[in-house]
Design a protein around this ligand. Structure first.
Ligand code: PRX
Length: 649
């Protein structure tokens, strides 16, 4: 730890935003209009959810107004009941009536350096054409469309086209494998799938169409696969099933009516990892999701018309859905969108882009910040970062050292850092500073106005100063409505531990000022470089290899990636351990789930600690891997397995 940082931690300094930041912020203006003077007063007034969200809802355009803001029958909430709405009307159509029609919506940069600037008008036309193309294939309101695309403009175009006609999109991260894509396509029952010939990553072409073909071998619901031309690599087209995107949209009308949806109609399904091998299909809806993401982006990242916003995430995750696609477009903002690796061809790719495009607000994950820290100060130093005015962090706890580096070397001590805590399920930020909030490095500060969060002990009592279960006590507009095809799991997973209270699955501590400090997951979900992966998923991928009898997977703390995956494997009796076999298993997991799920460490063992009901005790394995005391083993069925862990090879 640097001397500077030690001092910082000891003095527990609070970083107050400058008067300039505060007085020019959207939130301050909003407060002034309502006679609210302080941050605390804002939080107090916003406890009246009907009032607060009614105000926020009116910032968007509705075909027909709602009757009630909220109907709360725990654990089921409905928002803006009776309202008629479409998120795409707000993201595109309404801008056609204003000067924003000719404003740039996306500055897209491909990894090789090709640039496309897309105005709201051209985005609107492309979306309409593709929406009409989908209709020509028989896609109707309520149909599911699985999208397996990298970070190219056709990804938001496809999502918006679906939403425009009331179809439901399910985007699958392009880094996921064929098997993962197949599982999600089949769960959603998609009628149409969309992919690309190939895309660029670290100078190589990733042939995604091959994975899509592999996935769709066993996906009976899919009638057509639409293929975007990007890398021009050789691919095979199935004459009956496959259609080129450009050929499909040729001649389609640039006019397409926007479907009038109910506020509570489904907008998308996004799969996320849980504690079992089966991913959870998180369901979000048009109305509340739109209001929640719009308000949080406007008041946390403070976007104004002259900003250039860069949320450096992938649209395959919720961060990209909410804050690259829907919220920035609803705000009429200009966003940067980038195809490739952040450190390619050199470690200053991102800083070079910030400078060239004049980015004003930049949002990334702690794992990136730590990676850039490791590359050294010289890379950001080479670039003019003076356009930046606000920074953000998401995905995992940001350690104070990384926070301070980001603050000093990137923000040059001028830019407050918005550490936003949220989840796929929450749809929008939950714990987050506003530009008026005094910051403590490493804390996601307090809940966004109107949200009530708390930390509970096992008995459900609120605690301060100690780690406990992070819960949310009030419903919020962008909350998930259910888990697709699994409404019981929705209730069990999130609302049953403490009835009527949303269990986040994270451990946190609340300090004496009411600031929240996140400490990580409390279940068997890993957080690798800000991405959620279920241990059970990796285990089932390992066990699907013919040489593996059993496997246990835990997270191992890592200075850059937050957590890396450690796997303990019992081989079948006729198989001998070898380093080559470790590589083989690693690659197998890469094929089964995707490269991000490859275990960094594999150990071969003879036995695994289990409970009497046969559940692997990951807690014990975790302690062993971290070199910590094993703790209580009284519920262990096979105590000898603990010694077996020492004989790991
Ligand atoms: O553990 C928390 C961590 O990421 C989890 C949610 O992952 P996912 O649904 O993939 O969404 C990631 C992007 C919103 C949470 O349960 N997490 C997210 N943001 C933070 C965080 N942990 C600490 N601090 C954060 N700011």
């Amino acid at each position: 730890m640097t001397k500077e940082l030690e001092a910082l931690l000891k003095e527990k300094r609070i970083f107050d935003p400058s008067d300039d930041v505060v007085n020019n912020s959207n939130i301050k203006r909003w407060m002034n209009d309502r006679g609210i003077n302080t941050y605390d007063e804002l939080l107090e007034r916003a406890r009246d959810q009907n009032w607060f969200w009614g105000e926020m809802g009116r910032e968007l355009e509705w075909f027909e107004p709602w009757n009630n803001v909220l109907e709360w029958n725990p654990p089921h909430a409905k928002w803006f009941i009776g309202g008629k709405f479409n998120i795409v009307h707000n993201a595109l159509d309404r801008h056609m009536k204003t000067w924003r029609k000719n404003k740039v919506a996306y500055i897209w940069e491909g990894e090789p350096g090709d640039i496309r600037k897309i105005t709201y008008y051209s985005l609107y036309r492309e979306v309409n054409k593709f929406a009409n193309a989908l209709k020509s294939l028989g896609v109707k309101k309520g149909d599911k469309v699985s999208i397996y695309l990298p970070m190219i403009p056709e990804l938001p175009i496809a999502m918006l086209a679906c939403a425009k006609i009331g179809a439901i999109h399910s985007v699958v991260f392009s880094g996921f494998s064929a098997r993962a894509f197949r599982q999600r396509v089949n769960d959603a029952g998609a009628k149409i799938a969309i992919t690309v010939d190939g895309f660029y990553r670290r100078g190589k072409v990733i042939p995604l169409k091959e994975s899509a073909d592999e996935a769709l071998k066993d996906a009976p619901s899919v009638e057509h696969l639409i293929v975007v031309r990007r890398a021009g690599n050789d691919i095979e087209m199935d004459e009956d099933r496959d259609i080129w995107w450009d050929e499909l949209i040729e001649g389609q009308s640039v006019v397409c009516d926007t479907e009038i949806m109910d506020s509570e109609d489904m907008l998308f399904i996004l799969y996320t990892s849980g504690t079992t091998g089966k991913p959870k299909g998180v369901v979000h809806v048009h109305g509340g999701y739109a209001v929640g993401t719009h308000a949080t982006l406007k008041y946390v990242f403070d976007l104004k018309d002259d900003d250039r916003w860069w949320c450096a995430a992938d649209i395959g995750w919720v961060t990209g859905h909410s804050y690259i696609v829907y919220a920035p477009l609803m705000l009429g903002a200009t966003s940067i969108m980038y195809e490739g690796a952040p450190d390619y061809p050199k470690p200053d790719r991102i800083w070079d882009m910030v400078g060239r495009h004049g980015v004003t607000v930049f949002y990334t994950a702690p794992t990136m910040i730590r990676m850039f820290m490791k590359y050294g100060d010289k890379w950001p130093k080479r670039h003019d970062l003076s356009s930046l005015r606000l920074l953000g962090s998401v995905g995992e706890p940001i350690n104070p050292e990384a926070w301070v580096w980001y603050y000093k070397k990137i923000g040059r001590e001028r830019c407050p850092i918005m550490d936003t805590w949220w989840q796929t399920e929450t749809g929008s930020f939950i714990l987050t500073p506003l530009p008026i909030t005094p910051l403590k490095p490493g804390s996601a500060t307090k809940p966004f106005p109107s949200f009530e969060a708390d930390v509970l002990n096992d008995d459900g009592e609120p605690i301060t100063g100690r780690g406990g279960h992070l819960v949310i006590k009030t419903p919020w507009p962008a909350m998930l409505r259910t888990l697709y095809k699994d409404p019981e799991r929705y209730v069990r997973q999130y609302w049953s531990t403490f009835p009527g209270v949303y269990l986040t699955g994270d451990v946190a501590r609340k300090d004496e000022d009411g600031y929240f400090w996140l400490q990580g997951r409390e279940d068997d979900v890993l957080n690798v470089a800000g991405h959620r992966i279920g241990s059970a998923e990796v285990e089932s991928a390992l066990v699907s290899h013919p040489k593996v009898a059993e496997a246990a997977v835990v997270g191992k703390p890592d200075p850059v990636r937050g957590e890396v995956i450690a796997a303990l494997v019992i081989l079948r009796s006729d198989v001998n351990p070898s380093p080559d076999l470790k590589d083989e298993l690693r690659n197998h997991v890469g094929r089964e789930i995707g490269p991000i799920a490859k275990p960094s460490m594999i150990g071969f063992v003879k036995d695994l600690p289990k409970t009497r009901s046969g559940k692997i005790m990951r807690r014990i394995i975790k302690a062993k891997i971290k070199g910590e005391p094993i703790g209580d083993i009284s519920t262990l069925a096979n105590p000898e397995a603990v010694a077996a862990l020492d004989e790991m090879v």
